[in-house]
Ligand binder design. Structure first.
Ligand code: HEM
Length: 402
């Protein structure tokens, strides 16, 4: 936990050393705040190089997700309530992912792009010259919530509670967030709130169908059977968590980076429409908001010449792969025109590749086009980081529109 409390640039020094000297290294069982040490599942192999992350991601036969994808050991009830198809293997993974995948494909996202752009405009409209406040509250967290809640069909009066649940689900190892409660209390409360809302919405949509994802899920036919409320609820929790935090933290990290690299901001502003697409890709590489996912070796195998035994855990470190100097030129510099930019921020490929990537790209493009178009001199101060080993998060960051 001391390591994960360091700021991202300091952590990268450790990863750089591992990439150079021990690309596949064995580590003791990570500390878990939700389970006693005796209930842990043991040590793991750390995968820190770009090519190795890609290899593990793209070979689900050798490296499965069905035995868990979280770095840290987490109680089974919580995993079941929140992970849905993220922690399954094909064929069940493919069947469930297909139920919602259509709405997240580039063509479907294109259809809602105008709405996303309008939401981004509303957020920026509420800022004025000389506005000062917290960038996360006033800007970064708003657009992802507006989009995903609308897509799922979560009514406005429930959105605040869901957002608290989402924050809690990824911030329980952050002492700031806990504010005196134990991690288990916070996680239990988070799951209870989100599950209660999901069950209620399932009942409502069964009684009165609407044009949203929850209705699609309650009506879905999966191999001749309906999904249970528990399955739908896990779906909704997964989509709420995956669809909120990631884009939010990318927005904050990117804004901080544009202040740290003023020449890159100037370059982007010279041709905002022309450079925004490459800039957005670089923002995701830069932020790497999802830091870890795990797999389990299904048989005795090797990664980069290192023997790995069946049943051993393999953890991918995306921020490290995205700073791999053998793949990215000047990896510690923001380069808004970087091309090619085959980062692994959305995963290293394979069946679990981020389903929300087209949506996240569209949101980031919308918010930065509106924000920088209107407030080219916007400045942010020092961020406060989430402490934890899953999401590379920023909890607060002062800003002024200039
Ligand atoms: C910048 C924003 C985002 C980043 C960096 C990101 C990153 C990731 C990563 C690293 C994975 C795991 C990939 C793997 O295991 O190979 C993933 C999976 C996933 N993401 Fe995203 N994500 C983002 C936004 C979103 C959004 C907006 C949604 C919308 C709901 C979303 C939904 C999902 C889902 C459902 C999965 C699980 C896919 C599966 O297991 O088949 N993500 N994401």
């Amino acid at each position: 936990m001391d390591f994960w409390a360091l700021p991202p640039a300091a952590r990268e020094e450790g990863f750089a050393e591992l990439r150079a000297t021990a690309p596949v290294s064995w580590h003791r069982q990570p500390e878990s705040q939700l389970l006693p040490e005796s209930e842990g599942t043991g040590g793991y192999w750390a995968i820190v190089r770009y090519e190795d992350v890609r290899e593990v991601s793209r070979d689900p036969q050798r490296f499965c997700s069905g035995q868990g994808v979280m770095f840290e050991d987490i109680p089974q009830e919580m995993l079941e309530a929140s992970q849905s198809f993220l922690a399954m293997d094909d064929p069940r993974h493919a069947t469930l992912r297909k139920l919602v995948a259509e709405g997240f494909k580039p063509r479907a996202v294109k259809r809602i792009e105008d709405g996303i752009r309008a939401d981004a405009r509303t957020i920026v409209d509420e800022l004025v010259d000389g506005f000062e406040g917290d960038f996360v509250e006033a800007v970064a967290k708003r657009l992802p919530m507006m989009t995903i809640m609308r897509m799922l069909g979560v009514p406005e009066e429930d959105q605040k509670a869901v957002l608290w649940g989402v924050d809690a689900a990824v911030s329980w190892n952050d002492p700031d967030f806990l504010a005196g409660q134990t991690p288990l209390e916070v996680v239990a409360k988070s799951m209870a709130i989100m599950t209660e809302i999901a069950y209620r919405l399932c009942a409502e949509r069964r009684a009165q169908p609407a044009d949203d994802l929850i209705t699609d899920l309650v009506e879905a036919d999966v191999d001749g059977e309906r999904l249970t409320d528990a399955e739908i609820s896990a779906f909704l929790v997964l989509l709420s968590v995956a669809g909120n935090d990631t884009t939010r933290h990318t927005t904050s990290h990117a804004m901080r980076a544009l202040c740290d690299f003023p020449d890159q901001r100037a370059l982007l502003l010279q041709d905002l429409d022309g450079r925004i697409d490459t800039a957005v890709e670089e923002f995701v590489r830069w932020a790497s908001p999802v830091m870890t996912f795990r797999r389990t070796a299904t048989r005795d195998t090797e990664i980069a010449g290192q023997p790995v035994a069946a049943g051993e855990k393999v953890v991918m470190f995306y921020p490290s792969a995205n700073r791999d100097e053998t793949v990215f030129d000047r990896p510690n510099d923001l380069d808004v025109a970087r091309s090619p930019n085959r980062h692994v921020g959305f995963g290293g490929g394979g069946p679990h590749f981020c389903m929300g990537a087209p949506l996240a790209r569209t949101q980031l493009k919308a918010i930065f086009t509106e924000l920088l178009g209107r407030f080219p001199d916007l400045e942010v101060g020092e961020p406060a980081y989430v402490t934890g080993n899953f999401v590379n998060g920023i909890t607060r960051m002062p800003f002024s529109t200039g």
